[in-house]
Structures are given as structure tokens and as C-alpha cells.
Design a binder for this molecule. Structure first.
Ligand code: SF4
Ligand code: SF4
Length: 405
């Protein structure tokens, strides 16, 4: 079996531990069993998606039952398992402690022999990518012999979708992620940077698992709505893993990150190397999934710079603060890569709220990701709606997507 081309998909109806244990076991067995990826006695990092301190019931983070099931597969191999991630905020013991508690990673540590990562240091790594030459990477990555990347199936306001490849971004410590956003405000460049990070991480990431039992639709990655999808997806190949996951609700090649993978020769658009029959998902297609429509940045590639700036201004949604919801906690301002947010007087319950300088804003949507009160909204322009209407896609219930522009 070529483990790099195979993708496995299993169904699960809820996060009941017994059911998830069986589903994960079946999932990994389809790929040849955990021994095919992890050596006996290895130090394993389970790299979860812990984007923010949010409850598993909000379905923006990897569910603890999925991690518990994976640890149970690793324990008989005598592995030392560490669960970790670097969230959107600070990468410190205090901040990550709050995240571990809220995301119920403590359940994983209580139910298994796994520990939660407590090394919040990082090292400069030579990446030698297309966009990133060197960057700080969390020690938890270097401490492990192998990494299992355990992402969440969800929308992402900036990149469109987050699953396997995007999840590697959490190998960068806290505010370094903000720095990368500010260095690559253009989505197409940012996707290149994400592919650079994936290529670097592939030296240790042996397996990718996407938790899509209940994913997130709408204003992901943190403020969307839970959506039942009923699937767990796994592959040694993160791009093929994402292709299959996105096929459950959209055309994968509309995703900028997968377009970028095609451009860089990491993914074949004809999917000739995919060892999975997509037609078997025909009845599982979630036709009413509320997707994030990213206007393809491919469209901007050959435009002159001034036109790109205009296109970005009118085609990417604007950040708007809901003054009533805002509690002036400053999380957004403290992490805005463009320093475009200030607190201003306002007539809400706390007398203050965040105010965005639209000229400075690079539209990375980190503020939306981090706001604990769902006070950051994205407002699309009329031009965006016109262009989307002109190039709309007609979705068929059988899972395939037919472009009608
Ligand atoms: S918009 Fe959200 S993150 Fe920003 S200050 Fe208001 S409540 Fe805090
Ligand atoms: S205001 Fe929000 S979207 Fe704009 S640059 Fe700052 S964090 Fe990014």
C-alpha cells in the first residue's frame, strides 16, 4: 500500500468515547494500522487544533475524544505522547493553561498516559521555503520523534477552510503567527507561506487526521456555527486529506491553499494519485454547508499593483465591530499585526469599544478569530456580491461541483 496516496474516511454520529474509539481504530486500520506510521517507543506529538480557549461544544477545536482515541492506539506501542498546540494568543504556560482547560485537553491527560505540552520555548528553524526562509518553531515539534497532525474541519474567514495543511500553522509560537500575517497580508502569499511551513513540518508529520464529526461552518475558525458532517478523515498526505475533507461540502480546488499546492506541484488537479473513491461520499455531501467564499486570489495575479490594491479593497470583506457585543477586552488590538485597532469611547455597557482603522487594516481577520465575544463581523462589499453572483457555482447533491461561469 502506498501510504502517501491513500485516504481513509469513517463515519461517527457523536462524540461518545466508545464510538470514537472504534471509529478512529477503523480509520487508522484502513491506512495499514498505527504501526505503519509510528515506531515502537516513539515520542509522539499530537498536534491538535486549539485555536482559542473555547469549549469542545463550540466545535472550533479538535475534540478531546478523538485525541483520547489516538492515544489509546499509541499506548500499546510504548509511545510517550504529548498533546499540544500554539493558540492564537500568547504562547505561555498561563495562557495555554486556560486553553487546555477550556478545550478540555485536561480530559485527554486524565483519561490516558498522554501529557499536555509544557515546553513553551521555541527555536529558529531554517525552512528555506518560497516565502519563509527561517522562522521560530515550537520546541514541542523538535522534542518529538514523530508528529500526528489532528486538525478540525471548519471554515476560515481568511483562507476559506482549515483542516490538515493549515493546522501546521500552530507549530509557530503565539505572536510569530501575527508577524507572518503582517509579512504576507496577501492571501496568495500567505498560502505560499503555509505550504512552506507544511513542507518543513513534513519531516516529522507522519499522519494527518481531521475531526469532522461536528465541524464549523460560517464565520470560522472560531465564531461560526457547529455543523454535523459525521466524518473522520485521515491520510499521510495532508493535501489529499484536505481534498477529501473539502469534497464533503465544496469543490476542493476552489480553496486557495489547494490551488497553491497544485501550482507548487504538490497536488495533481486530476487527482490521479488519490487512492480514494470520492463517489463513495455521494450521499454524505453536506449541500447546505455555509461556506466561506474566498474570491480567488488567482484572479489578481497578473494585475498591476494599484489594481490589486483596489481589488483587495473592494473584494475582501471589511472588519466591522459590533459595539454592543464588544467588551473592550483589547485581545484584538493586542494581536492585530497591522496595529489597526484602538479602543475608543462608545455608548455600550462598558463605555468603550474597539475601533478599526480601515486604511491600516490588512484584512487578515485575526481579530475575528480571537474575539471571545463574537464582536468582530465581516462586511462584504456590493462588488463582492456581484462578482460572486456572476461566477456562482451550481452544486449538485452528488458531491460534484459544476462551475457555470
Ligand atoms: S472586538 Fe472583541 S476582542 Fe476586540 S476588544 Fe472588543 S470584545 Fe475584545
Ligand atoms: S483589524 Fe483585524 S483584520 Fe485588520 S489587520 Fe487587524 S487583526 Fe487583521
Amino acid at each position: 500500500m502506498d501510504t502517501k496516496t491513500k485516504v481513509a474516511v469513517v463515519s461517527a454520529t457523536e462524540y461518545e468515547q466508545g464510538q470514537i474509539d472504534l471509529a478512529v481504530q477503523n480509520l487508522i486500520n484502513q491506512l495499514g494500522g498505527i504501526e505503519a506510521f509510528v515506531p515502537q517507543g516513539a515520542k509522539v506529538l499530537l498536534k491538535a487544533n486549539l485555536v482559542r480557549d473555547m469549549s469542545p461544544d463550540q466545535h472550533g477545536t479538535t475534540h478531546p475524544t478523538v485525541l483520547i482515541a489516538l492515544v489509546k492506539l499509541l499506548e500499546p506501542l510504548g509511545c510517550t505522547v504529548v498533546v499540544g498546540d500554539s493558540s492564537g494568543g500568547l504562547y505561555t504556560k498561563g495562557y495555554m493553561g486556560v486553553v487546555y482547560n477550556k478545550c478540555k485537553m485536561t480530559d485527554v491527560a486524565n483519561a490516558t498516559s498522554a501529557t499536555l505540552n509544557d515546553d513553551f520555548d521555541f527555536q529558529r528553524a531554517e525552512i528555506d521555503g518560497v516565502k519563509i526562509k527561517n522562522v521560530d518553531i515550537c520546541n514541542s515539534f523538535f522534542n518529538a520523534d514523530v508528529v500526528i497532525n489532528v486538525g478540525k474541519l471548519k471554515t476560515h474567514s481568511f483562507t476559506g477552510y482549515s483542516g490538515a495543511v493549515k493546522n501546521n500553522y500552530g507549530l509557530l509560537p503565539g505572536l510569530v503567527k501575527v508577524e507572518i500575517h503582517s509579512r504576507f497580508p496577501d492571501l496568495w502569499d500567505f498560502c505560499d507561506a503555509l505550504v512552506d511551513i507544511e513542507q518543513f513540518s513534513s519531516q516529522k508529520v507522519v499522519l494527518n487526521v481531521i475531526d469532522g464529526v461536528i465541524g464549523m461552518e460560517g464565520a470560522g475558525p472560531t465564531n461560526g456555527k457547529p455543523k454535523f458532517i459525521g466524518k473522520l478523515i485521515a491520510s499521510a498526505n495532508p493535501y489529499l486529506c484536505d481534498v477529501v475533507a473539502v469534497s464533503l461540502f465544496d469543490d476542493p480546488f476552489k480553496q486557495p491553499l489547494l490551488q497553491k499546492a497544485v501550482e507548487r506541484g504538490l497536488l495533481d488537479e486530476g487527482l490521479t494519485n488519490l487512492d480514494f473513491d470520492l463517489s463513495t461520499l455521494k450521499d454524505d455531501y453536506v449541500a447546505d454547508f455555509d461556506r466561506v467564499e474566498v474570491v480567488s486570489t488567482n484572479t489578481f495575479l497578473n494585475m498591476p499593483k494599484w489594481m490589486k490594491r483596489l481589488a483587495k479593497r473592494y473584494l475582501t470583506p471589511k472588519v466591522k465591530i459590533n459595539k454592543k457585543r464588544c467588551k473592550a477586552c483589547k485581545k484584538c488590538a493586542n494581536h492585530c499585526p497591522a496595529k489597526a485597532i484602538k479602543m475608543d469611547k462608545c455608548s455600550n455597557s462598558v463605555g468603550k469599544c474597539a475601533k478599526v482603522n480601515q486604511k491600516e487594516c490588512i484584512r487578515c481577520f485575526c481579530c475575528q478569530e480571537l474575539c471571545p465575544y463574537d464582536a468582530v463581523k465581516l462586511k462584504k462589499s456590493w462588488l463582492y456580491h456581484v462578482i460572486r453572483a456572476l461566477s456562482h457555482t451550481k452544486r449538485k447533491k452528488n458531491g460534484s461541483v459544476e462551475t457555470v461561469d
